[in-house]
Every structure is written in structure tokens, then in C-alpha cells.
Design a protein around this ligand. Sequence first.
Ligand code: C2O
Ligand code: CU
Length: 662
Amino acid sequence: MTTTLLLALDLVAAILTAAAWIGAAVLASGLRPVAPPDSAGSDGPATRRRRAGLTLALFGLGVLGVVAQGVFVALLAGGGWWFVQEKVVFALPLAGLAAIGGGILAAPALVRLARGHGTALGARGTAALVGAAAAGVAGVVARLVIGYPLELLPALVLLALVLLAAALAHAVAAGRPKRVVTGLAAFSALVLVASLGVVWLTSAALPGALAAAHEHVPTEARAADGVSVTALRTPADSPGAVRAFELTARHQEVTLASGTTVSAWTYGSLPGPELRVTQGDLVEATLHNADIDAGVTIHWHGFDVPAGEDGVAGVTQDAVLPGDSFTYRFVATDPGTYWYHTHQVSADGVRRGLYGTLVVLPPTGVPEDVDLTVPLHTVAGAVLLGDSDTAVARSVPAGASVRLRLVNTDQVPHRFRLDGAPFTFVAADGRDLIGPTPVTGKSLRIPAGGRLDLSVTMPESGVRLSSNASTEAVLSLAPDGAVIPGPVPEAADDLDLLPDLDLLQYGTPGGAGLPAGDGRVDATMVLDRNPRFLGTRPVYGYTVNGAVFPHIPSIEVSEGNRVRLTVVNRGWDTHPMHVHGHHVLVIERDGIRSTGSPLWLDTFDVQPGEVWVVEFVADNPGIWMDHCHNLDHAAEGMMMALTYRGVTSPFEQGGPHSNRAE
Ligand code: C2O
Ligand code: CU
């Protein structure tokens, strides 16, 4: 059974347990001492017997639910502690105690009542059943609301609320004076409201953990033993042939190939201009903002620039407001396929069209004769493959080799297929793969933000590139430049018939490997979805280790550290995790080691229930964002920082530039 299935089964068992025990507690309220015979609404003896029987049955059902939870949790534990912690240390013991308490204090009386002996359940029995109901609810809350990690304080609060519920039920059932009952009820409400209030206040309070990266270093000390991200930039006189680009961000009505007009935000075109440079060039890109009121930046996705050139609003620079400009500079050290996009209000800006591609060629060029960059992007409901939302055909002579650089600039993973000839994968996320072998009959899954380069030799009959995103936007390459008809039946779903190629098993090992580094850092990111406060706003947030941006503690490293990052997905969504400033080497996924070509990625898709282990060497000092590239998830909390000790930033979220990295 998969981890996700076990998580679902455990959750269902927990909810059923809570529901059964709530039912039992509600029914039990009708089993109080018999009222005077003439009073209206009191049950006859037969009804009471049935009610007692049903209460007992519901209680028993809840106990079965607890047993089921125990089984599922035991199986789930094989997937890792992160999936079971709150269940093992809190929910299950509490449910077990509730089952025992109910078994001792309520069950015997219920049996007697059901048989027609006995007259009432008694205060203790009632309290046990109400306590069990509360324990059941607490188990669900621990799983869904608190998540991983469940810390001592929230656990104690939940426990206190369960005990208070039982005490309250006891007071009512035992006919305690009204002020005792009201007092208990008021105290329970106070505990609940106060704990929510504390959570709200800590969320609302800034600076959060990210801001703390620059807050904890006193200003005077910064110059002495710290370095600001503004100093981590590329000097204008760096060696290399200068390649200057001007990009102007603006509102633009763009008429697509199909005739549809979309109102987009662009860097001058849709997609933005492809920046094509050669290894060793000094890239100088000047960004102007014509009229994007929200502000704009350029982040060089996957290209590991110096921190000050990284383009994250409120972390490495201020957002560029209308009329302003900013010049990015970096040496094109690493050949490969990259892309660029705004990192100011990025969930909105990228979707509207603030993106383009960056290609760095090796000094001698690529081995292929034809080299095409094909970003896939959805804008205002239209799917663009390259720059077209309709079928495009290009003529390529038979026998010519073609490199296709596939870039997924959307929020969700896309699957591509190339029909017509076997192809090889030559690079992933801008890093060459070793020992690629020909592939046929496989689809290529690319995470949001990821890139795959493939190479194919043109057959007489041509090749056809399509994706699950659209049946219209398809690229045909053929000697006669004809549109290649799709596989029959023509449907994007055809992709489902093809298995995904697993890059962890593709190619052959080799290469330089990961430098040993000095000092090890182990960090874990447990991804989930929980109700949280984003600032002051309640959201069903995307969490890392139970927190949302900017309150997720940064991963702190020193230059030279070897960092091992374990990323765990406890939720139901896919999270394309993106690490700025570094490429990570994939070590294993779900305990299965990567045995193919070393896989150096900057964006990797952590699907529900998966556990990825990746490593990298901290060789690029800065404050780096580390986030989900489903930018909606990032905007709802799934964003944190990797910070180098001693690096500070004068920028902050908000402020006069309304900086908003996500
Ligand atoms: Cu492509 Cu932080 O992003
Ligand atoms: Cu996500």
C-alpha cells in the first residue's frame, strides 16, 4: 500500500472513530437518571434499552476505529516518522486511553441498561463517553490542523481541552451547581480562545524567521563580520564579452496565433525574449518597468547567480516600480537551459506572462544542428508551446539532429511526448546527463519550473512534440515542414498510456560527484497543508514543518558545508520544490537510490507521500529562497530561506516598494 493510501485510510479511521464516539456521547445524554414519569419527552423503558444498545454499539465501533488506526499507523511508520509522529505520540495513546476509560466507566453500565437492568448511565460513564468523543476530535485535529511536528504545548492544550470536556460532562451529569458548570465551560472557552489568540498574535507579529536573518546581526557588527547581499554582486568590470539586454516589463495586449487576444504582463513579448549567450559571456540585463504597478524583478531560475543578482523582491533587492530600472549582471559560467521570471508577486506576475528563457551555450556550441527552446506556459486560459497556441510546423532536413529544450513555466507538472523517432535526454535543469540512451514509448514529466533537453535525429517522416496541456499547441518538425497528425485517437489523455521516464534510473553513473565539503548540515522539510494564519489572514496554508512563510525557520549553513536535505510530502498536492542559488544532487527517492546519471536539479517534484533526499555543497553565499514552484502554494505559505551565516539583507517584505517575494 502506498503512503498516500495509508494516510487516507488512517484519516478515515480517525474521523469514523470521532464520529462514532460523538454519536455515543450524544445518545448517552438521553440515558440520564429517569425523569418523573409524567414529564414530557422522557423515553419509555424499551426506548431506553434500545438507546443504551445503540450507544454501546457506537462506542464499540469507535474502539474498532482505534484498532484500525493502530494498524494503519504501524504500516505507515515504514514510510518514516514524519508521517506518524502526531499519531504515535498523541492521537493513538489518547484514543487508547479513551477506549479503556469508556470500557471501564461506561460499557458495563450500558450493557446493564441495554438488558433492562439498571436505571441510568451515571455521571462517570457520561464523562467517559464525552471525553472519548473529545479525544476522537483531538486526534483528527492533531492530524489535520497541527500536523508535523506536533510540539508539546499544542499537545498539552488539546489534552487539557479533552479533560475539560469530560469534566464538564461529569459536572452536568452529576447535577453540580450551575456556577460550577458555567465556570468549567467558561474556562474551556478561555483555553481555546487564548491558544488561538496566541497563534494569531505570533503569526501577525513581524519580523518572522526570514527577517530574523538580518535582524539578529546588529547594524554596527554587519560591516565587521557580515556581508550584505548587496555586496554579493558581479563587478561591472568582470571578464567576459559583454552581452547587454534591455527588458521592459509592461502591460501588453497580445494577439496569439489562434487569433485570441490576451491581456498580459510581458517583458516585451510573450514569452519574453530568449536570451542566448555563450559560456564565459558577461550578461548584463537591464530591467525597466513601464507600467506594472505591482512592481517587477527578474529571477534567473536555475542559473546560480551571485546572491545579489537573484532578483527576489524583499530579499535581494527592492521591487522595481514603474519608471524604475535595475541592471543584473552575471558571468555565464554554466551552459544549459534556464528561464527567467519575476519574483515580485510572482504567482500573479508569472502567470500573466512575465517569463522568458535563458540559454547558455558551450563555447563550441551544442552538437545538434538545430536548437529550439520550447517553453510551455498557460496564460489567460491559452496554452503556449513556444510562442504559439496552435499547431506549428517547421521544416528540418532528414538526418539533421535537433535539440529541444523543454521548459515548464506553469504552476503544475506537465507531461510531454515526442512521437516519430527515438530520442535521448541530454540534460535536466541545465546539467548534462551522462550516458543517455535512446528512449521510445515514454512520456516526460517535467515539474513546474523544470527543464529537460532532448536530442533527436530527424527521420523522413518527421517528429511531433505534444503535451498533456493542450491538443492545439503541438510542434511538428519534418523535412517537408508538414503538420504531423497526432496519434489516434487524438487526445491529450493519450499521454496516460505512456509510462513516465524515471530520470533516477536513466543514464550511467559518473562525473565529478559532490565535493566532500566541510561540516555537515541535515535539514528536513515536511510539506503539508494546514489551517494557519498568513500574517493576520486565516488560510488553508501550504506548510513546511507546520509553519508558513515567513515563520518557517531558515536552513542555516556556513560556506563549504555539505547539506543533506530530506523533503517529505505529507499532503495531497504535488510540490515542485525549487532551491535558489544551488543545484542539488538527487540521492534517493522513497528509499530507492538514484542509480542512473548523477541528477543535478534545481526543481524536483515531490509527489504526495514521497520522500526525497538530496545533497549539495553550500558554495554560493547568500540568502536564498527555497520554495514550492507551484507559485500559488508559495503565496499560501510554502516558502522559506536557506541562509548563510553572516550574510545579511537590508531588504524586507512590504515596505515602500510593497515587496512581496511570492
Ligand atoms: Cu523560479 Cu523562486 O523561483
Ligand atoms: Cu506546492
